[in-house]
Design a protein around this ligand. Sequence first.
Ligand code: PGA
Length: 249
Amino acid sequence: MQRKIKYCVANWKMNFNSTQSKEYLDSIRSKIFKRNNIKIIIASSFIDIAMNSKYLSNNISFAAQNVFYKSQGAYTGEISCNMLKEVNCNWVIIGHSERRAIFHESNEIINKKLTKVINEKLSPILCIGETEEERNQNKTLEILTSQLLTAFNGISYDKINNIKLAYEPVWAIGTGNTANFDIIDDTHKIIRNILLKNGYNGYDIPILYGGSVNEKNAKELAEIKNVDGFLIGGASLEVEKFYSIYNNL
Ligand code: PGA
């Protein structure tokens, strides 16, 4: 049963140089105590992933914020799954809303990335979420359905049943506007229903919440039954805040 474990994922985005990254990891390593039911996953910049891997432990693992879907070749500026595996980076965030909006990643590109990551036996965290406009137009169900089903296209059911999802409403990311308890609870149920209706194990696939999670709201949000962890941006940049969120999970 995958959902016995909770995930506390730090998405550092384009922050921290190597010195800052090391200071942070020294500090978090000295604080965390072993809680077998919680996994800390840190998504640093590509450039630091190799260095960070020496902090790998039962408690802390590392994620890439993105990856390319080809194995190798003339793809200037891209990073392959093999490169990640070599430096013990076992997790990959796919389809973050900033990748979708700023770098124009379509659901089809996300499908290629998800397929590649799964074939390479890395663990994906697939991000989905609607914009404010889409929510106001009552399109949340439609948008989440197409994000999920296009991303899953051509991938076997048993493989999809092993992925992790992150519901991140675009209007809550980096804005300080956390979705409220009811919206998160309802939307996580909607996602589970989409999964079940389409033959996936909607009861068992972990769904993290992301969008302005901080040390003040983490306790309340962690009580939502359908929330299996957090994907944290801004608040993950301060060790104390991230540690406090971890303690509230
Ligand atoms: P935020 O970012 O916590 O700063 O809202 C979350 C994310 O982008 O994953």
